[in-house]
Design a protein around this ligand. Structure first.
Ligand code: SAH
Ligand code: SF4
Length: 354
């Protein structure tokens, strides 16, 4: 019989089925799940309330694929922590822990690199290596929680990769992280960001998760968006907005549109007016982000005056708008700046533990 060794990706229900073959009582499944997801055990030997012989069998058949902290950067400005994490096969991904008044929020990666090739983003520059499993998404959170002795209460799928291009593992992650026997984190505290993989937005809507869907729009005209985001060639703005409207109808959840303001590319009054038109009447929110600098790319963020003017045009058009605060500015921890392996050699960091 084939046994998938990745025990951290299994729900208690799946564990129960697997364990039926071990002649152990069914409640052991929940016991193991508690050890993995509540007590964050890194080895079977820690599971002291399981019989020793059973632990040995588990050890032989399964692995707990954790994420190892390879390096860590701590911002001198706001205590944001950026981690370079090593997965079981040596794959390196980044995750960022942010402290807010209400608790800790973590931005995690869903893929090694990204296939989507957005022109302003560092992640895609190194290409795509592989999808992350559900447990590899979870283990980024567990590694940071253990390292800092904190509990993460908000999660954003906005690190490296496109979550909807890794659909099944992302769904698996959402089910695990919100499982009542595990971390039990409400999906209301999860934000999933997508560049606009339209067919998967329809798929996701069917789950009716209470999470916040964040759609990276960045331009209201197809000509401009296609230059910035190649995915727009496959699904143009019209199709994307249609999918978003259906998503809102089906889930009754407000969508957050991300818009990175890039100097002289997408920050004109005309863009603001068109954006107001296409989003008019939708249950949504617009998040304006000053485009972050990426070495090797020559885009510049819009001036403060431009951003304020853009915001006021949207507000006059009846939209709900915020300008997103940038965290971890000194450690390249912001949106689109995560590039994995190559990143840690390039920045001047203030503290490295590895
Ligand atoms: N692939 C997903 C999630 C990861 S990217 C997506 O594209 O939505 C997370 C966010 O960072 C997205 O909104 C993305 O458009 C934004 N982003 C990428 N590069 C950026 C940059 N240089 N400046 C500001 N935001 C950027
Ligand atoms: Fe991929 Fe998102 Fe970066 Fe685009 S912005 S390349 S989809 S990670």
């Amino acid at each position: 019989m084939f046994i998938d060794r990745d025990i951290l990706s299994k729900t208690p229900e799946e564990l129960k089925e697997i364990l039926a073959g071990y002649n152990e009582p069914g409640y052991r499944a929940v016991q193991i799940f508690h050890w993995l997801h509540r007590k964050k055990a890194g080895s079977f030997s820690e599971m002291t309330d399981l019989p020793a012989g059973f632990r040995e069998k588990l050890q032989a058949d399964f692995s707990i694929f954790g994420a190892k902290i390879e390096k860590k950067l701590v911002s001198c400005i706001d205590d944001t922590v950026k981690y370079l994490l090593k997965l079981f096969d040596g794959e390196l991904v980044e995750a960022v822990l942010m402290k807010y008044r209400h608790g800790y929020s973590m931005c995690i990666s869903t893929q090694g690199g990204c296939k989507m090739g957005c022109s302003f983003c560092a992640t895609g520059m190194g290409g795509f290596t592989r999808n992350l499993t559900a447990s590899e998404m979870l283990s980024q959170i567990y590694a940071a929680e253990k390292d800092m002795g904190v509990r993460v209460s908000n999660i954003v799928l906005m690190g490296m990769g496109e979550p909807l291009d890794n659909f099944d593992n992302t769904i698996g992650f959402l089910e695990l992280v919100s499982h009542k026997e595990g971390a039990n984190l409400s999906l209301r505290h999860v934000t999933l960001s997508t560049c606009g993989i339209v067919d998967k937005i329809y798929e996701l809507a069917k789950f009716k998760f209470p999470l916040t869907l964040s759609v990276s729009l960045h331009a209201p005209f197809d000509e401009v968006r296609t230059k910035l985001m190649p995915v727009n060639k496959k699904w143009g703005i019209c199709e994307l907005i249609e999918a978003c409207k259906t998503y809102i109808d089906m889930t009754k959840r407000r969508i957050s549109f991300e818009y990175a303001l890039i100097d002289e590319i997408n920050d004109s009054d005309e863009c603001a007016l068109q954006l107001s038109r296409i989003l008019k009447g939708m249950l949504c929110h617009v998040n304006l982000i000053p485009a972050n600098a990426v070495s090797g790319k020559d885009h510049k963020k819009s001036s403060k005056e431009r951003m304020d003017r853009f915001k006021s045009i949207l507000e006059k058009g009846g939209l709900n708008v915020t300008i997103r605060r940038t965290l971890g500015a000194d450690i390249n921890a912001s949106c689109g700046q995560l590039r994995g392996r190559r990143d840690f050699g390039e920045v001047n960091f203030h503290e490295t533990i590895g």
